[in-house]
Design a protein around this ligand. Structure first.
Ligand code: 4NP
Length: 154
């Protein structure tokens, strides 16, 4: 099972999501491949934003090894599930899809938490530390559901 997290810059939300999923899967003894990408090319090659790295470190998760890359059409074939952080990312990904199997792989990450109030993970880039903490809590909730689903499938 190969899972890709996608946001705009691949320096805040999606590397955090990748780091959380990687850790939660490891804790559950689940063997999966995780990756993340951005729909824009603006931050390609960069390490995660220092506020994202710090927030993750506060929760005991190290994401300093991750580097930003841009989402490509071939990701739609390579990955089994592709999770967009917000509806704008979702649209950009869907525009690159060329067939039904590809379309079916793509969804909003927060749709994993149907009782939750938000469909979009808010972009924390222009805000303060509080935004990163909120993003962490949302991502952790969704990744916990995802790991449970993957475990149930065996
Ligand atoms: P991300 O956050 O999509 O969660 O990585 C952003 C990072 C950079 C920018 C916007 C969002 N930017 O405009 O540079």
């Amino acid at each position: 099972m190969k899972i890709l997290m996608v946001c705009l810059g691949n320096i805040c939300r999606s590397p955090m999501a990748e780091g959380i999923l990687r850790r939660r899967a490891q804790q559950a003894g689940l063997m999966i491949t995780t990756d993340s990408a951005g729909t824009s090319s603006n931050h390609v090659g960069q390490a995660p934003d220092h506020r994202a790295t710090q927030t993750m470190r506060a929760y005991g998760i190290d994401i300093t090894d991750l580097r930003a890359r841009q989402f490509t059409a071939s990701d739609l074939d390579h990955f089994d599930r592709i999770f967009a952080m917000d509806s704008s990312n979702l649209e950009d990904i869907r525009e690159l899809a060329v067939n039904d199997p590809q379309i079916k792989k793509v969804s909003l990450l927060m749709d994993l938490v149907p009782s939750g109030p938000a469909r979009n993970v808010p972009d924390p880039y222009y805000g303060g530390q509080e935004g990163f903490d909120q993003v962490f809590r949302m991502l952790d909730q969704a990744c916990t559901v995802l790991v449970e689903q993957l475990r149930d499938r065996g």
